[in-house]
Design a binder for this molecule. Sequence first.
Ligand SMILES: [Ca+2]
Ligand SMILES: [Ca+2]
Length: 274
Amino acid sequence: MSRRHLHYRRPLLATLAAFAVLAGTAAAAPAATPRAAPVAATPLGALDDTYYQDALGKSGTALKTALHTIISSQTKISYSQVWDALKNTDEDPSNPSNVILLYSGRSEPKSDNGGSVGQWNREHVWAKSHGDFGTATGPGTDIHHLRPEDVTVNSIRGNKDFDNGGSAVSGAPGSYTDSNSFEPRDAVKGDVARMILYMAVRYEGDDAFPDLEPNDIVSNGSAPYIGRLSVLKAWSQEDPPDSFEKRRNDVIFDKYQHNRNPFVDHPEWVESIW
Ligand SMILES: [Ca+2]
Ligand SMILES: [Ca+2]
């Protein structure tokens, strides 16, 4: 029995599933440790046997297609409901009155949301102009890629693609930007990559919204693409999912959208698809 199996009460089915997974090839990632406002983390083995059962054993396009079907089954929330959801998903584990701002890394009172300088607002990590999906219920309200951010820093990131390099960003230590790209601080580089790649799999053009895809350029403008894929893949490797990111995925799954970011659960699927 690996150590992670000692941390959680498991339903019988999940316990049985764990043996199947241990006998198989699934990577046994360490389970997330619930922090503030804990949710019962779902053991990866149980997820593999249930949520991901139609994806296991697949790779490349077949894996992407299977994951698209799985994660497209979801509850959708409105743009106004996003405020309250982010106050839970991005809660500061050291201070339940605050949220952590994605690029700034600052702990900011939950109540200080709004549009004024010094407040936090709703950052679309997949910039909403890339595909021009706006804030109608859909990709523009999908909290898998919506994060609290300082109003001014959010504006500096704007709709830039992601890439390494540039000048230091005031108010976001460790972040850099130039005329056409933005580099987030190291601690969230992988988070950003996995959010972008979630969006690419979730939105395939079979609903009222565009087919979002990563590519390897910057200056994508309003095209439904975000770059640079080679950099995002490196970021995902350099910054694997931590307990904050895993808890966030669990909270979205348990309380809001009831779908998951597969790349938080199985980061190795990034390389399998791209
Ligand atoms: Ca991270
Ligand atoms: Ca897509």
